[in-house]
Design a protein around this ligand. Structure first.
Ligand SMILES: NC(=O)C1=CN([C@@H]2O[C@H](COP(=O)(O)OP(=O)(O)OC[C@H]3O[C@@H](n4cnc5c(N)ncnc54)[C@H](OP(=O)(O)O)[C@@H]3O)[C@@H](O)[C@H]2O)C=CC1
Ligand SMILES: O=C(CO)[C@H](O)[C@H](O)COP(=O)(O)O
Length: 505
């Protein structure tokens, strides 16, 4: 691939422009904002790549600058922006042209555009790009999906610019047809959000509960990141830098100056977390670690609302207390284990959802390949977890593919760390610490691993009482998620006789 048109030269697009140019590609760039185009050109100059990069201010000249078949790369906001760009390119598209959409696009938008472009013989590759702008510059993790011919055509180039894992393998693999690539990236981001919330909760417990200073927490995270289950975990690693960084002007920690608001879901600049939660509900897969973290983040965005409610309560309902602890080292080890299994829960939930979507869409995803591309470059990279899943998915049965929590090695990891998570959750509740993902993971583990004896038998009775929804009988469970065959006449509707014993219908 000798020439690419980059559309959207913001944080990611400008960095990938440099990465691609550095790898010998002649880059034509377009962005509606003149100042963004200028910034991108300035960066190219700075890196000695100006001869490889040319900016265009309209689509006609952008397209005229390319030889056939033309290759476009989108790095733009999701939704209507991508549609508008496809419409603008429409007059210039020819059979054999390829669009690589490297934005975080909704997988159904990707499939809709693929359907529209297929009649023109244009390939539309929906591709997740992970790793943030630093990886976009140095090599990111890519998950391309779409028509075989189009994905195959771009794979050799992607292999050269992708991040490399610890064994030197490029972090890019063909995912599947349609919107598979963007779906995989959406799941990646869902997992990422569960993990980020867990880590911020644990940071909060250490800081407010144990009274540890930022530098002390940085040292702990550094140790965690060096060996054991959290080794070479990207989020823990950057946590160390975040905890050490001081504002050169006032010498305060930068972190201490940051407002507690995450707004990118609420302002709709990003959508992947919302879509993951929606997909979990649509496909009936419990993903509480992911959704609970996401929900705290949603609430965090509304700072005015939080103030208003707090005022209505005559002051804040809770203030995290200090945690009295005789064995501080022991508690820090429990926190490490709790972090690890909450991360692992986020992975398992995301992968279980992905398996269900794969089943629905018949993408034929290869889960070993997905784990492989998440081993380098990306935000959720975590060496122990990657190694664990590479083993799990090697020759995995159909049952384990759809239910990785039932793998014995995975189950042993959870069983081992469960007591630590339980201790941390109960101490944190006592101390009013914020622990949505830790608590949700604990409950998820409890109810997902109980063979029989959930309190939902009471719920099933209530449903049958008021709605004639029927139930299964203990000892006669078919094991299938289908309506039970039994009913009891709990209370008759006016004048209508009801069975006075359990009846099979
Ligand atoms: N930041 C990150 O860590 C990652 C982001 N992504 C995804 O990559 C994409 C780009 O993200 P990021 O670089 O952070 O975002 P930015 O906002 O920095 O960049 C988006 C660029 O697209 C431009 N743009 C807006 N509307 C149009 C249009 N109609 N036609 C062409 N260009 C347009 C924007 O211009 P203007 O500024 O004038 O609006 C901006 O330059 C998003 O989909 C994001 O979800 C993926 C992985 C990581
Ligand atoms: O895609 C990304 C990383 O993988 C981007 O950083 C994105 O901004 C994360 O957004 P969100 O937390 O809303 O998923």
């Amino acid at each position: 691939m000798h020439q690419i048109a980059m559309i959207g030269t913001g944080s990611m697009g400008s960095m990938m422009t440099l990465l691609f140019a550095e790898n010998g590609v002649k880059m034509s760039i377009y962005d509606p904002s003149e100042s963004n185009r200028k910034k991108a050109m300035d960066k190219a100059k700075q890196d000695g790549l100006e001869s490889k990069v040319t900016a265009y201010s309209d689509y006609e000249s952008l397209c005229n600058s390319l030889s056939s078949p033309k290759v476009f790369f989108f790095s733009v906001p999701h939704g209507s922006v991508g549609d508008a760009i496809v419409d603008s390119l429409w007059p210039y598209l020819e059979k054999g042209d390829i669009i690589i959409d490297g934005s975080n696009e909704h997988w159904e938008n990707t499939q809709r555009r693929q359907g529209k472009l297929v009649v023109r013989g244009v390939g539309y590759v929906g591709m997740g790009v992970s790793g943030g702008y630093q990886s976009a510059r140095g090599g990111a993790s890519f998950s391309p999906g779409g028509e075989d011919w189009a994905v195959e055509a771009v794979m050799p180039f992607l292999r050269t610019v992708a991040a490399k894992d610890v064994e030197g393998n490029p972090c890019v693999q063909k995912m599947g047809a349609g919107g598979a690539g963007h779906y995989v990236k959406m799941i990646h981001n869902g997992i990422e959000q569960g993990m980020m919330s867990a880590l911020c909760e644990v940071w909060g417990i250490m800081n407010s509960g144990l009274g540890l200073r930022y530098e002390e927490i940085a040292d702990i995270f550094e140790k965690w990141n060096t060996k054991g289950e959290l080794r070479e975990n990207f989020l823990v690693g950057i946590g160390v830098d975040i905890l050490k960084q001081k504002d050169p002007e006032n010498k305060k920690h930068v972190l201490s100056e940051i407002q507690d608001k995450v707004v990118q879901d609420v302002d709709e600049s990003e959508g992947t977390g919302v879509w993951t939660s929606e997909e979990g509900m649509r496909l009936h897969i419990p993903i509480p670690t992911i959704t609970s973290g996401h929900q705290m983040r949603l609430a965090s965005a509304y700072s005015t609302k939080r103030k208003r409610v707090s005022k209505a309560m005559g002051g804040r309902l809770v203030t995290p207390q200090s945690i009295e602890c005789e064995d501080r080292e022991g508690m820090i080890e429990q926190l490490r284990q709790a972090t690890y299994i909450t991360f692992l829960a986020s992975f398992i939930q995301g992968l279980t959802l992905l398996a269900r979507a794969d089943d629905e869409n018949r993408w034929g995803l290869d889960f070993s390949k997905i784990i492989a591309i998440w081993r380098g470059g990306c935000i959720i990279r975590s060496e122990h977890i990657s190694e664990l899943f590479l083993k799990v998915y090697k020759n995995a049965s159909k049952e384990i593919l759809s239910d990785p929590l039932a793998n014995e090695t995975v189950a042993a990891e959870f069983k081992n760390a469960f007591p630590a998570l339980k201790k941390i959750v109960s101490r944190s509740i006592e101390a009013d610490a914020y622990i949505p993902t830790l608590a949700a993971t604990l409950e998820w583990l409890k109810y997902s691993t109980t063979e029989e004896g959930l309190p939902t038998e009471f719920e099933e009775a209530e449903l049958d009482f008021f709605g004639w929804h029927m139930f299964d009988l203990k000892g006669h469970d078919s094991g299938k998620a289908v309506t039970g065959r039994y009913h009891f006449g709990w209370r008759s509707a006016k004048g209508i006789p009801e069975p006075s014993k359990i009846v099979r219908l």
